[in-house]
Design a protein around this ligand. Sequence first.
Ligand code: URA
Length: 433
Amino acid sequence: MRIYDIIRKKRDGHELPKEEINFFVEKYSKNEIPDYQASALLMAIYINKMNKQETVYLTEAMMNSGDVIDLSAIKGIKVDKHSTGGVGDKTTIALAPLVASCGAPVAKMSGRGLGHTGGTLDKLEAIPGFSIEMDAEKFINSVNEKNIAVCGQTATIAVADKKMYALRDVTATVDNISLIAASIMCKKLASGSNAILLDVKTGDGAFMKTLDDSFELAKAMVDIGCGMGRETIGMITNMDEPLGFAVGNSLEVIEAIETLKGNGPKDFVMLCETLGAYMLVLAKVCESFEEGKKMIQDAISSGRALEKLKEFIENQGGDKRVVDDYDLLPKSKNIVPIKSPKSGYISKIEAEEIGVSAMILGAGRETKEDELDLSAGIVLQKKVGDYVNEGDVLAYMHYNKEEKFEQAKERFINAYEIVDDKTQPKKLIYGVV
Ligand code: URA
């Protein structure tokens, strides 16, 4: 078998068989195929696309390029939840204890943030002492004893994906549905869960900007998951404006805690209830979506989920007192109101620009090497559909880097559209596949 022939075949629009896809992924992972030939093949795939079967083969080969975690020592059905990323997406911090407190085991591997999107690991690390490093034994024991553990993905999972993603990033081959679906799903499948719930974000702050592309990506990932024997559900949810009010690591931890205390923002609560209900159904802890939703609501109103959060924080070395004392979290020197330049209805808050603005303040990374300011970020006071008078506070900016404030503020203000006619917020949940 020669990589040259495989490139030519895809270039000419033919389907690649399993053996050829395996050959490429295996040899490229071992540095036995150079980047220039891998780039050529990725571009041929980008242009001529892969069908369903090829995409499943690619995912399987990428999954097998690294360790495949065995979670069979954990009792019960393990359900993983994955978000394709967005702005203000602190879902795991609230959802993991919610679902765990309802009896479903949560064994989750999460990622870090890059660019305008945040990452769960960074947010959890805003809690003093919290560690996302743990060996397999502690991970398994934690889930068996506490029903919950969240750790970082090891470097030995889906080795091919790391190399391929870095190459796609510099060869304009990222935004291909098969390549994105395989990249996300190979890591989920290698992480060992029995069932997968996908939260595919759509809109301005998401990877997928249009509803059609988002549905297509969700379907591709559900096909892969089901094709590989894991029950998989995909939800398409709104990321046109930030989720909830808080954007930034410790600020989002506070919002997640408030949500478990029953004071969460409407959109975020609805998302947690919906995702949580599906996770409980997938974990076979309940029989129907409605029953699952009631269980999630009860976990909040009874305080059970909040107690589970404390247990989770303590088990991973964190200071659980943060739940009752937010002063223990990193705090910015400056907290400055940003006022509305005009009166009217807010018709748009571009999520990506809000994410970039928070990143400029220090809440996110422009490059992988950047250090975060865990205290920095933005807390919105208004959402799409709200009326504001000129001079009303749109948001508070939290920051330490004084020299970045003006730039962040300009990006922030430009993200808003304020109009005379009343506008409605967009739907939060567009569909389920
Ligand atoms: N996230 C991933 O993990 N891979 C992609 O290709 C895109 C988003």
